[in-house]
Design a binder for this molecule. Sequence first.
Ligand code: MN
Length: 243
Amino acid sequence: MTAGAALFISDLHLSARYPDRNAMFFRFLEERAGSYGTLWILGDFFDFWIGPAHVRLEEHRDVLLRLRRLADEGVAVKFIWGNRDFQVGEELARFAAVEVLGESAEVDFGSRRALLIHGDSFCTKDTGHRVFRAVSRNAVVRAVYRALPSSLSLGIAQRLRKRSEAGVKKKAPERLTFTEKEIRKAFARGVDTIICGHCHEAREETFELGEGRRGTLWTLGAWEEEASYLEFSGGEFGRRVFR
Ligand SMILES: [Mn+2]
């Protein structure tokens, strides 16, 4: 798959709790996204997503309608799971014309081959999350959870979020620190660029991969203090802030 100009965002944590962030995102779509071929959403876009039933709740209805409108305008919207919205499935394709790609994707951007991934799998020091990840991504557990009535899955999701928020306060550094070994393993898949979120900090890091090969890791910021994003245009990646 060869892509043209593209935008990358992650960790917006959209929720009924932060109406300002929704407004910012809608303005971003109107003023920025229209001239790009693809909008890549690299996870934790929703603060949480309970599964197919979430499209029937009021909470994200406006967001889904706006995403569909963007698709109608000719911008492809592609979605990689985060640790909070890995229950996103085909319902997003049906209601919002979003292509859901699951855990990760490898895509060519100009001369670069990029791995697009949320990034929580790089935090192997967070043992609690590793266990949760292994259990919750299990296909059987996933299918059972997705089949629950929405009142039940909503309750479970809210409890998990509370626990996760308490966890963040207690152990922020380990939770968001990437293990270098995991990053190098990802480069070894044959990519020279990794784009991910999860760490909530926008930065660019270079890795010497041996035999003259160099890899670039772009991490995306969360939309907490500012609406940061990455863009690919004119053959180059660059960090940007939307105001
Ligand atoms: Mn995350």
